[in-house]
Ligand binder design. Structure first.
Ligand code: AMP
Length: 163
């Protein structure tokens, strides 16, 4: 049941100085950060992360804007591990559209913009975080962003007290 997921603090989160707040949300529920680094991605890497699958699901315009956005500044990449972590992380992160994300989620607490605004300005929706959507994506994304030696094996206090 233990899973690893990729979490990115996108350029808006880094530039707004929210990295510490965001990281602490995951720490506080007892999830374990097993890898972390700051990366400024180029076009090729961005395309490997946001594959053609985005075009199929969201359209070419969204992918183009998303590629532009993810390259607009450094991101903080984390590999986060825990019991059924993929689903737990997406719960903590909240809905894709900040306008709809509930208070208490990262997006709901720190952003409010809408799809309507993104369409009007012809930009990607800036929603602070990327989190792997499912097991298949998580495996692909963790191995894309992290080499084996960048992922660490250790015990956090939570594991000793809770399990
Ligand atoms: P997804 O993988 O479908 O969650 O989309 C990836 C990212 O694309 C989201 O986290 C948003 O930043 C952005 N995005 C998705 N849909 C839209 C949209 N309709 N308009 C603008 N940006 C979007």
């Amino acid at each position: 049941m233990n899973e690893k997921s990729l979490v990115l603090i996108k350029p808006d989160g880094v530039k707004r100085g929210l990295a510490g707040e965001i990281i602490s949300r995951f720490e506080k529920v007892g999830l374990k950060i097993v890898g972390m680094k700051m990366v400024w991605v180029d076009e090729n890497f961005a395309k490997e992360h946001y594959t053609e699958d985005i075009t199929k699901r969201r359209g070419e315009k969204v992918r183009t804007n998303l590629l532009k956005f993810i390259k607009s500044g450094p991101v903080i990449a984390m590999c986060v591990e825990g019991i059924e972590a993929i689903e737990v992380i997406r719960k903590i992160v909240g809905e894709t559209e900040p306008k709809s994300a509930l208070p208490g989620t990262i997006r709901g607490d720190y952003s409010h913009i809408s799809y309507g605004m993104a369409d009007k300005l012809n930009k990607a929706i800036e929603n602070l975080i990327h989190a792997s959507a499912n097991k298949e994506d998580a495996e692909h994304e963790v191995s894309l962003w992290f080499a084996i030696e960048e992922l660490h094996n250790y015990k956090i206090a939570h594991e000793e007290h809770v399990f």
